[in-house]
Structure formats: structure tokens, C-alpha cells
Write a protein that binds this ligand. Sequence first.
Ligand SMILES: Cc1cc2nc3c(=O)[nH]c(=O)nc-3n(C[C@H](O)[C@H](O)[C@H](O)COP(=O)(O)OP(=O)(O)OC[C@H]3O[C@@H](n4cnc5c(N)ncnc54)[C@H](O)[C@@H]3O)c2cc1C
Length: 447
Amino acid sequence: MSNSAHILILGAGIAGLATAYHLAVKHNLKDIVVVDEREPLGLTSSRGTMAYRNLFPGPGDAMVRLLNRSIDLLQEIDVATKHAIQLSQNGYMYFTAREAQIEKWRELARDAEQRGVGKFRETTSGPITHAGAVDGIDLLTNPDLIHQHYPRVTRDVVAMLHVRRCGAFDVFALGEWLVSQARTHGVKFLRDRVEKISVRGNRIESVHGASGAEISTDTLILAAGPLLPDIARMLGIKLPVYNELHAKMTMRDSARVFPRYADLLLWNDPQELEWSETERSEFTAADATRWLLAAFPGGVHFLPKGTPEDPKIMGLWTYDMRPSKFQAEPMFDTRAAEIILRGLARMIPEARVYFGRGREAFVDGGSYCKTRENRPLIGPLPIQGAYICGALSGFGVMASQGAAELVSAHVVGAALPAYARWFLLSRYQDAEYRALLANWDARSGQL
Ligand SMILES: Cc1cc2nc3c(=O)[nH]c(=O)nc-3n(C[C@H](O)[C@H](O)[C@H](O)COP(=O)(O)OP(=O)(O)OC[C@H]3O[C@@H](n4cnc5c(N)ncnc54)[C@H](O)[C@@H]3O)c2cc1C
């Protein structure tokens, strides 16, 4: 391989692969190299739940516009691959047992409609499905109707929100297709660990690998996922990002208790977990376990996976949001699966059959690399020739196509969409943006 590249993309996660695809295939650029110490999708991108949605909160409509665009592009790929990426759109369903939540959901859905999520429809009597409703949000506030249509959901549910432009897809198939498209259009893949980046006169000059290789380039795109802080240090800059470790559990639903009503089912309400008397006294006795008896936040959710004949679920619950240092081989709480199953049983009571069986589940996950307001960084960096496509938090596979299209537009100098400025690193220098940050929650838009 030549020791120079016109464009060098650091990272073969979904962000790097999608960027390589956009530059090589859509912009027909040549001499592109993707460097990664792992196989494509070898880190965070292969550890998620592979779901997508267009429902994101404000301020502004930038996240919704970015995600709507990204989903459009995913749909195009689904058609181009003859459905190999298995994009589905059965929506996300949220359930609550709290009357007070209904008004909050109304506000959320009205606000979402203003920001491009799609029409808000409320009903107490049905119809429960809206033919042709490809986006928007349905709010159903008739418990009997909910029970009639979704009998596996707990009887005390009072309302349900069905967010329509949401679903799931196969990230592995998407990654494979992006790699093959990029290769066909001349992109080279190099397996190496980047250890140093040379900058001369505030311009990118070259990248040095652990193998001893030095590749000179005038354009470097950082798509290093949770390792972005390390890469930024090599450039002598500091990025406003940090990592959070998130676990997911995957389990065969041998008892067939988890319904397949939608692509994702979420219990909205905070809850205390159901433990036996023996477990409760054991947990009370030790400082290290007392937290298991405290209230857990709302948001536990699962995605039906596998097939109706061989059903599986993936479960996730963002109950721990402490920043954590990146670990290549992270250790997860050994109770994570048991906790998620107990939480899910609040929504699907029959899941109690799995109490005490958390060890049957496979637990993995990775780091969300995020900014304090949970918005990505896409665009140029203060060093000439350097760009970033990262801080993709828990939405990186769904946003990958939109983010890659956007960073590519920056690189080639194409027209930028209105939402572009919301994702620039330079936004933090804007006084108005900084004022917004004062009231911005890092959980914003995170399930
Ligand atoms: C449990 C969990 C569930 C999730 N669920 C979803 C979901 O349902 N939907 C969704 O959209 N997103 C989800 N996500 C988030 C999504 O997985 C990430 O946002 C996305 O994978 C980030 O992609 P990336 O390409 O930026 O990073 P990565 O996939 O981490 O890729 C970065 C690459 O850079 C390489 N690299 C870094 N430093 C170097 C170096 N010095 N030299 C060489 N190579 C280097 C790494 O080896 C790696 O391959 C989830 C994440 C987790 C952890």
C-alpha cells in the first residue's frame, strides 16, 4: 500500500465505514484509506441493539432533521441491498401506569410534531393502527383497548405511546455492504493502531501506526468512537467528550413470554425492583448491594430479536450514567441481566418466569462517547485538514448515514444543510449556544 492517502479515515466503526462509502461512492473521490486496529465494526458498533428512531428532543429540530435524513438513507440502502439490512419499521411502544404521564406525553408529542417527528394523533377508542402512518406519534389512553390489543402488557397500564418512524436493522449486514461498496470504489483498509499524528504549521501532515508505517495525508477524519479523547490528545486538542459504559443483555426467550408488538417496547415509569424477602435482607446487609433496593429510573426496554419460532430479546436499561474510562474489554455488573429482567417484568408480568435466571443471558456492550448535551460532533476541527465524525453516543448506528453524509459535505465543500451548525465543534464558542447548555441534560434524547 502506498504511504500516502488523499483522505485518511481513522476508525472502521459504523461512522468511519459510512464516511468512506459517502466519499468514495457518492462523491467519487479516490485515494481513500481507512485505518483501524480492529476488524470493521470491531468495537462499539457491533455491540448495540441496532435500533433507530426519529424522536429526539430539542432545543431546535437539528437532531430530528439529522435522524430523518439518516433514516431516509438507511431506507435507500435497504432497497439497494434488496432488504439485506432488514430494516423494519414497527415503531417503538412506550407504556405507563401513571395518569400524570399522559399530559407529559401530549406535550412531548405536540412538541415533536413541531420539530418534524410527524403528526400527533390521540385516541381513546381506536383505530389503533393508522394505515399509511409512516411517522408521527399515536397516544392511546384507553386501558381496556390497550389490554385488548396488547394483552401481555401489565393490567395497570393507563396509556401507550406509539412512535412510528422507529425500528431496527442489521448493523452487521450494513457494515458488510458499506465495506464492499467502498472496496469496489477503491477504498483501502489498513489494519494498524494509530499512535501518533504529525501536524505541521497547523496542517495535518501524517499518521504513524504501531507497525512503523507512516502515511502522509492532507485530510484526516476522526471516527474513533470512544477513543476520540486519546486521538485528540495526539493532535494537541481537547474535545468536550466523555464515555459512559452501557451494557445490554441478549437472551433466548424459551418461555415465549416477551411479545413482538413492536421493534422496541419501553416501560416509562421509575420503579423499585421486585425481590424476595431473602434477597431483600441480603441486599440490605451490605453497602455494595443496598442500591438494588432503591428506585430505578424509567426507561427499561427490550427489542424482540430472533424469529417467532426461535425468539430472543435484547434488553437495556440506562440506570448507570456515570462517566467511565474507556476499557477495551469492559467488565459489566454481573447482575445487569437480572436487573433488566426484573425491570421488564414490571411491563410484561409473565417475564417473572425468568427471575433468578439472569445468568442465562449474554451480557456485552460498550461505551457511549458523548458530549455533555448528548449531541454529536460532525465537521472540521481547528487543525486544517482535520475533521470529526463522532460523539455518537447511543444513536451512532441510526445516525451513521446522516452523519457521514454531513462530514463528507464538509470535506468536499458541498452545500450544508441548516442543521450542520448544531454539530460543529465551534458551536461551544457561540454565546447563545452556551446559554442553552446551562439547562441541558446529558440524558437528553437517551433511552
Ligand atoms: C449497549 C449499546 C447499545 C446501543 N444501541 C444502539 C442502537 O440501538 N442504535 C444506535 O443507533 N446506536 C446504538 N448504540 C450506539 C452505537 O453503537 C455507537 O454510537 C456507534 O457504534 C459509534 O460508532 P463509531 O464508529 O463512532 O465508534 P466505534 O464503533 O467504536 O468505532 C471506532 C473505531 O475506531 C478504532 N480506533 C480508535 N482508536 C484507534 C487508533 N488509535 N488506531 C486505530 N483504530 C482506532 C476502533 O478500533 C474502532 O473500530 C449502542 C451502544 C451500546 C454500547
